[in-house]
Design a protein around this ligand. Structure first.
Ligand SMILES: Cc1ncc(C[n+]2csc(CCOP(=O)(O)OP(=O)(O)O)c2C)c(N)n1
Ligand SMILES: [Mg+2]
Length: 543
């Protein structure tokens, strides 16, 4: 009988077995055994400056690769710092596993060091959260966490690891190693697919709305195929601005005319205004395909008779089945499809000529007119949009191909972590993060992580010296003389980034922006272009 492995070795080797070699982490007493075990297991520890950043990085990894990202944090305060970031991953349907150290089992209930009920704390923002109970089954716990994160509607899972279990030695023969989970995705039955296709064929103005999990290169390609096969406009609703997401042009006007909405793995929630009320045709009918039974039931409760079909199925499998069974060529390639596409592509003609009215400041539209060709130049470019009004202009004016946004949770501050993680996946193409001056404050220290790890990207910072999104609410709801609590200094964030070892640019005139972008890209460093901008409300696009 040999007793060669610690619980920590089992954790590290299980991750390796399951194909995870990259771990986003921040050290702490409870997890130093895993840091030690990572040496022999060959894990790459990308250590960061705040636990939430580690979770955001794992989130971006999940969104870009479809494989769960791994974040590792210490117990108690490390876990507490990480939990807020799980909300973003949950809203974006992003697969990730948060591994948190935890007070030793023998300390529990006795006031142990940093003891807190971690699983309960993580439960509302995860698909599952639990605390390991034995060293021999730690591998099984890891496997189960990965399986849950990727099955059904993808999302975050939190597993807490008591420190004594990590230190405990286990006989080789009693270790339960995890297997790579076979992905069992519930299919859409042929008869149900046919019922949905005939509902689409019978509708005059149908729309397909997919959820955030489709928002990557493969998901967008699949959706384009579904749109072509059914002659039905297909969009992704992934923003808390919902129907008003500037990415979707005049979508709010389009959706108000729909007579059938097919939800493809898209929860019937606030983002689609529950397909009822003034924004919708009172007779609009709904078909709901969702991997979760509970969400199909929720749609049934919301819509009653107006729910034509409710089906439990994986969104991608369902799309494949619908494409395979759709009549070729699509029966309806009517004016509706062309009209819908025109409304989604709608951008006011005036945007191409907008210029700033304030000396020393650019209008957001000027910034994105200049940035657009740089994003488009390489099909593998990654674009990240984060934050308030400035980022909304970016979302409406820049291509969606390989794009990450905050997502349904609407939590700002993710972009620097996302950019850094994206660079670990995309070795070559440019990576642009678009964010506001308020937003950059959350995780500006991650520039140090990016410099230390040699991970270049370009942050396009719109600096209007305020939390403008909230300022706009004050202006609209309370009046110009009651705007307060949202001002910031016109700080030189570019100099902060330079001090951290990155590349900084400061821009006050549109003519200087192309040069700044060229120099930022050529620097080969993590870069911040601090562009002074006017405080402009997010665009609202009407047909
Ligand atoms: C974590 C979190 N805190 C607060 C908010 C509320 N919020 C949304 S946008 C915004 C302002 C963002 O300011 P900035 O980054 O400067 O962008 P701007 O709107 O000025 O372009 C705030 C505070 C949020 N969405 N998420
Ligand atoms: Mg701002």
């Amino acid at each position: 009988m040999t007793q060669s492995l610690r619980g920590a070795d089992i954790v590290a080797r299980s991750l390796k077995r399951l194909g995870c070699t990259r771990v986003f982490t921040l050290s702490g007493n409870h997890i130093m055994s895993i840091f030690d075990a990572a040496l022999d297991a060959g894990l790459d520890l990308i250590h960061v400056r705040h636990e939430a950043a580690a979770v955001h990085m794992a989130d971006a990894h999940g969104r870009l690769t479809g494989e769960p990202g791994i974040a590792l944090v210490t117990g108690g305060p490390g876990h507490a710092n990480a939990v807020g970031a799980l909300f973003t991953a949950l809203g974006a349907e992003s697969p990730l596993v948060l591994l948190s150290g935890h007070a030793a089992t023998w300390e529990l209930g006795r006031g142990g060091f940093q003891e807190i009920r971690q699983a309960e704390m993580a439960a509302p923002v995860t698909k599952a959260a639990w605390t390991a109970t034995a060293a021999a089954t730690l591998g099984h716990d890891i496997g189960e966490a990965m399986r849950i994160a990727t099955s059904g509607r993808p999302g975050p899972v939190a597993l807490s690891l008591p420190s004594d279990l990590l230190d405990q030695r286990v006989e080789d023969s009693s270790i339960a190693w995890p297997e790579r989970p076979a992905r069992a995705a519930p299919a859409l039955a042929d008869a149900t697919a046919d019922a949905i296709l005939s509902a689409i064929a019978g509708a005059a103005r149908p729309i397909i709305i997919a959820g955030p999990q489709m928002s990557n290169v493969s998901g967008r390609a699949l959706l384009a195929k579904l749109e072509a096969a059914t002659g039905t406009p297909a969009v992704i609703v992934e923003s808390p601005r919902g129907l008003a997401d500037a990415t979707l042009g005049a979508f709010a006007d389009l959706v108000s005319r729909a007579d059938l909405i097919v939800l493809l793995g898209k929860a019937l929630d606030f983002t689609v205004k529950w397909a009822s009320g003034r924004a919708f045709d009172p007779d609009v009918r709904v078909a709901a395909i969702d991997p979760e039974d509970a969400l199909v039931e929720r749609a049934r409760k919301e819509k009653g008779e107006r729910l034509l079909v409710g089906a439990v199925a994986d969104a991608r499998c369902a799309a494949d089945t619908l494409i395979a069974r759709a009549a070729t060529p699509p029966r309806r390639k009517s004016s509706w499809h062309a009209e819908a596409r025109a409304m989604l592509d709608e951008r006011p003609a005036a945007w191409s000529g907008i210029v700033s009215q304030t000396p020393g400041r650019l209008h957001p539209a000027e910034v994105f007119r200049v940035l657009r060709p740089y994003v488009e130049r390489d099909p593998d470019s990654v674009l990240i949009c984060d934050g308030g009004e400035f980022a909304q202009w970016g979302q409406s004016m820049l291509p969606v191909g390989r794009r990450l946004i905050n997502g349904v949770a609407g939590a700002i501050g993710v972009s620097l972590s996302f950019a850094l993680s994206a660079r670990m996946i995309e070795p070559r193409a440019p990576i642009f993060a678009v964010l506001g001056d308020g937003t950059i404050g959350f995780h500006i220290a991650e520039f140090e992580t990016a410099v230390r790890r040699g991970l270049p990207f370009v942050a396009m910072l719109g600096n209007d010296a305020r939390w403008n999104a909230e300022s706009q609410i004050q202006l609209r709801d309370y009046g110009a003389n009651r705007m307060h609590g949202c001002e910031l200094l016109p700080a030189r964030y570019d100099q902060v980034v330079t001090a951290l070892g990155g590349h900084g640019e400061h821009v006050e005139r549109a003519a200087d922006l192309p040069g700044a972008i060229e120099r930022a890209l050529a620097s080969g460093k993590p870069a911040c272009i601090n562009v002074m901008i006017e405080s402009i409300a997010a665009p609202a696009i009407r047909a």
